[in-house]
Design a protein around this ligand. Sequence first.
Ligand code: VGL
Ligand code: ZN
Length: 192
Amino acid sequence: MKQHLDSTCALVVVDVQNDFCPGGALPVRDGDQVVAPLNRYAAIFAHAGAAVIATRDWHPPDHCSFRPQGGPWPVHCVRGTPGAAFHPQLKLPPGAIIISKAENPAVESYSFFGDSGLEHPLAGRGIRKLFIGGLATDYCVKWTALDALRRGFVTCLLTDAIRGVEVHPGDSAAAVEEMKAAGVILLRLEDF
Ligand code: VGL
Ligand code: ZN
């Protein structure tokens, strides 16, 4: 269904970082394929006066989710390293809001609402509707979408701009079904 965008809407570009793309430390298959559609979305949102938010996994070198610390993941997205940088072709408009997450060494945080409770950069901006794309469908995208719903945002998933880690085959499809069942609205570029 055609979407009307205004300043109450925000595009959320989740973790489009080198380490989640082919050649990175925790590569998502075809992770770089989200860049082109997200650039389209970012241009559409900026033109409509809607916010563009980009999240980044921004771990300290000894984050608890890393294998050397006993966690499930290879070392990835260590703050300030090339692997933690946004994909070089990602085009964020001027004024895009960058949100770093999972910065506390002792806490894993897949949601962009983070581990810090209520205070959040989105507060006070009048944003009520979130449109989420990026990496990875089965982790940060899913947790961010479900957390957004729980916090009362109208929450949409941009299904042509997501890819999953797929620790187990089918995880991404299951994540999309879980989001849909919870009330997330599934959209594509044709809806804009
Ligand atoms: C993510 C695994 C570990 C994600 C972050 O951005 O989806 N996945 N850290
Ligand atoms: Zn991480």
